[in-house]
Design a protein around this ligand. Structure first.
Ligand code: SF4
Ligand code: SF4
Length: 446
């Protein structure tokens, strides 16, 4: 691949545990296709970690694309915008994929996709201007976590020396970040330059798993062409081990620094941003158009025509699957997100949300393993990148003892799913870890 790729860095730290999953990147060469505007969207007011938004429109209002329809004064939150133009026909509660109930705004399309007149590029001179612009854009982490990006950017001056752009995309099947690297590499560079300059961050590492050579080559070329940041923006090739893209794992791989339990990446001088989020910031600064659509990989053995699609937020998941030819066999398991960290859903009558990056549907032959008794093999502990003992934590969770759960570190679990993937007994270890974390949280409230 020539000289450019010789400039690629190799990982500094080596991931502990982790698992070698089959990548199934079947859609890697599928260009992003824009799905035609649907007749109706249902936009939840809770599409991020933090406080839900409150609708700021009423039934009967006419709205246009990019108009704010939900907001709150709570600090950890992100405003929500109309993804199609039309009329608000309902405001009421819906059940989300995670089982939570959220208020939601229904918009019936007028077929025009009219842009909101108030949209204009934000004026950015200072760090505060950029943080406020990112807040108004409604951006949340597009890698799947949904943490409001403006909150992540509120680190103290001079605290960050390294921006890590996360392009690992280590979850099987999902290829939307890969497509972002291939199709929008200049937006990525432009977003990096904005963040680097405004926050005065000396080093940037674009971290990509080594099983994506085309992305590494393209990103290396654009980084090398950057006139003044030539030595400061580097592409790093990481081992293709799951969960390489997890924030703490990535920081260790890229810098060799360990984020202690209870601490933040900024405490070790790092900020990690998903590659699609960085590209979105560049486009937002150029256009002022907020987050109203989402790239999704639609794949799995039950899907007729796997694809990468760009869809309005709030579009019905079933309609997205129909656009991809529908199901070729009855789906046995449907997941929003990847097979390791995604959420299994019982039907497709749910809206696409900001933090979704995939819709996967599998036939029965690819369904879940049958659960049997623990054989105390220790594979779950060996696979855990955080050195937790999920089998032991499961046993303690059954007793409800929050203090003991905390003492064995259950609260730091990042729900990556490596333990469950390794378990020969098919035990639902991630659900058990979530239960353990809930027990600790509930005890803390008393
Ligand atoms: S215990 Fe948590 S962090 Fe460790 S492998 Fe399991 S899900 Fe991942
Ligand atoms: S991997 Fe499964 S069977 Fe083995 S110790 Fe852990 S929970 Fe038990």
């Amino acid at each position: 691949m020539g000289k450019i790729v010789k400039d690629v860095l190799h990982a500094v730290g080596k991931i502990r545990g982790g698992v070698h999953v089959q990548h199934h990147k079947n859609t890697a060469e599928c260009e992003l296709v824009r799905v035609p505007s649907p007749q109706k969207v249902i936009i939840p007011m809770q599409m991020h970690i933090g406080a839900p938004c409150v609708p700021v429109v009423n039934v009967g209002d006419t709205v246009s694309v990019g108009q704010c329809i939900g907001d709150t004064t709570a600090f950890v939150s992100a405003p929500i915008h109309a993804s199609i133009s039309g009329t608000v026909t309902a405001i009421g509660n819906i059940k989300l994929a995670n089982g939570n109930i959220s208020s939601a705004v229904t918009i019936e399309s007028d077929g025009e996709m009219r842009q909101f007149e108030g949209i204009e590029p934000p004026h950015i001179e200072t760090k505060e201007d950029l943080i406020e612009a990112v807040h108004r854009s409604g951006l949340v982490g597009l890698g799947g976590a949904g943490f409001p990006t403006h909150v992540k950017l509120r680190f103290p001056d001079g605290k960050i020396d390294t921006l890590i752009v996360n392009a690992a995309e280590c979850e099987p099947y999902i290829t939307v970040d890969y497509r972002e690297c291939i199709e929008n590499s200049w937006d990525i560079l432009s977003g990096i330059k904005i963040l680097k300059e405004i926050f005065n961050i000396p080093n940037v590492v674009i971290a990509v798993e080594k099983n994506k050579p085309k992305a590494i080559e393209i990103l290396s070329k654009i980084a090398a062409q950057e006139e003044h940041g030539k030595d400061e923006i580097k592409v790093m090739k990481l081992d293709a081990v799951y969960p390489q893209g997890a924030e703490k794992v990535m920081i260790y791989s890229a810098t060799g620094r360990k984020v202690p339990p209870g601490k933040l990446p900024s405490d070790v001088g790092c900020v990690v941003m998903n590659v699609a989020s960085v590209a979105f910031i560049a486009r937002y600064i150029k256009t002022g158009k907020p987050l109203v659509s989402r790239s999704l990989t639609v794949d799995g053995s039950a899907v007729s025509e796997p694809a990468n699609v760009r869809v309005p937020i709030g579009m019905n998941v079933g309609e997205v699957i129909d656009f991809c030819g529908g199901f070729k066999v009855p789906p046995y398991k449907i997941i929003t997100g990847g097979p390791m960290m995604g959420l299994a859903v019982i039907n497709t009558d749910i809206p696409v949300m900001k933090q979704n990056n995939a819709i996967l549907a599998f036939s029965q032959k690819d369904g879940m393993k049958k659960e049997t008794d623990c054989i105390a093999c220790g594979r779950c502990a060996a696979a855990c990148p955080l050195s937790l003992r999920p089998g032991v934590i499961t046993t303690i969770a059954k007793t409800g003892d929050a203090d003991r759960l905390k003492s064995v570190g259950a609260d730091v679990c990042m729900e990556c799913g490596s333990c469950a993937f390794s378990c020969p007994a098919g035990r639902p270890l991630v659900q058990n870890m979530r239960l353990a974390k809930t027990i600790i949280r509930e005890a803390a409230k008393k």
